[in-house]
Design a protein around this ligand. Structure first.
Ligand SMILES: C[S@@+](CC[C@H](N)C(=O)[O-])C[C@H]1O[C@@H](n2cnc3c(N)ncnc32)[C@H](O)[C@@H]1O
Length: 370
């Protein structure tokens, strides 16, 4: 308990006075207001000469206050810190305070619409100070805002850095290290279940092709946890390749990964007949790579993990059609195979009624024992 100066008001004016003192930055938020009979005592940080302009009857006295319990709700903490910047008359900005964000390393990543409404232009006078306070309260050091996913194959330009000097981030997941430049490479936090599923497959001794390797979300767990013998990683974005090289080194698997730079339409044909398993992790559709991917499987067959965005009600039909298409591709490549559907993983909702699914299909020679 500490003795402090307090503004004392009749209870019915407590809330209004609290709001006004907060706005005038006169409220001492480290202490909790206290009720004394039919009055409320509000701790103040400075003996401001007068609060008469507020128009609420009050007097100033010394009162004993208890320290406020630390707020552990980050949403509330964020609100509190942003409230300090919102001047009187602009209270409707409260409804635009972001309620969602991600953390990548020490970078707080807000969704693409965060702080873009016109009102923030008037509120954010000192950008550095504003985002520094936000980073502090959310225990980060950098702040970013997602950008709409660029409509290009490499899905470039993903984030705008609002606070900080570097956009290189390093994250650890499932015992593995990933690193990437968040302004240049897409990060998908939504595929975590699939990453972990890939890490739980028993692929010991297998040669695997990751046809859309990105920064290695699937290649790395397959190598480190699944103990695959070798991964051939196809990737065309030089920034992702940089990140993939970094991660291969950091996770100590550089010797077991070969990166094939460029469009997989030209790199997959060089890998004919060598793979036990091929990953086709491109959304909304990986279909353009199915045919060349099937040709990379070994003579005796193997597996594909086909990613696709599919409308919920069409999943069953899509599964049947995909198996038939794969069989046709195999036939056109003179492979006398059977094709079976092993599993369908529903990874996440991509849009209302549209799911990101992964279909595991397996090919085996028609001559092999069933
Ligand atoms: C969904 S992202 C990354 C997926 C990856 N499995 C991951 O989670 O890190 C797809 C990746 O495929 C790459 N890509 C797209 N089209 C490609 C192509 N034709 N050949 C090679 N890579 C391609 C993109 O640059 C991107 O890094």
């Amino acid at each position: 308990m500490d003795e402090l100066s307090a503004v004392i008001v009749p209870l019915q004016f407590g809330e209004a006075m609290y709001e006004n003192l907060r706005r005038l930055k006169a409220l001492n938020k480290q202490y909790t207001p206290v009720r004394i009979n039919e009055e409320l005592a509000l701790p103040i940080s400075s003996e401001s000469p007068s609060f008469h302009s507020i128009g609420i009857p009050y007097r100033i006295e010394r009162v004993m206050f208890e320290h406020s319990p630390p707020s552990i709700n980050p949403h509330r903490q964020l609100k509190e810190v942003i409230q300090e910047f919102i001047p009187q008359g602009m209270e409707h900005a409260f409804e635009f305070i972001p309620t969602k964000w991600e953390r990548l390393d020490d970078l707080i990543l807000f969704p693409k619409e965060a702080f873009t409404q016109p009102i923030w232009g008037e509120i954010i006078q000192d950008k550095n100070n504003f985002f520094e306070q936000i980073a502090n309260v959310l225990q980060g050091r950098r702040v970013g805002r997602q950008q709409p996913i660029a409509n290009d194959t490499i899905r470039s330009s993903q984030m705008e850095l609002l606070l900080g000097d570097s956009s290189w981030v390093e994250v650890k997941d499932n015992g593995l290290f990933y690193g990437f430049d968040a302004c240049k490479v897409m990060y998908s936090s939504g595929n975590v279940t699939e990453r972990h599923r890939m890490g739980s497959l028993n692929v010991e001794g297998e040669i695997i092709i990751d046809a859309f390797a990105g920064i290695g979300y699937y290649s790395l767990p397959l190598l480190v946890h699944g103990k695959a013998t070798h991964v051939h990683a196809c990737e065309l974005n030089p920034e992702s390749i940089k990140a993939l090289n970094w991660a291969a080194e950091k996770n100590d698997v550089s010797q077991s990964i070969t990166i094939h730079e460029g469009d997989n339409q030209s790199t997959l044909p060089n890998l004919r007949g060598i793979a036990d398993r091929v990953l086709l992790g491109l959304l909304p559709s990986s279909e353009a790579a199915w045919k060349p991917a099937i040709s990379t499987l070994k003579e005796q067959g193997g597996s594909l993990h086909i990613h696709m965005n599919v409308e919920e009600e069409h999943i069953e039909q899509w599964t049947k059609d995909t198996i038939q298409t794969c069989l046709n591709y195999a036939k056109s490549d003179d492979r006398d195979w059977r094709c079976t559907h092993q599993h369908l993983e529903k990874v996440k909702w991509y849009a209302p009624r549209v799911r990101h699914v992964v279909l595991d299909v397996s090919f085996s020679s028609s001559n092999s024992a069933s």
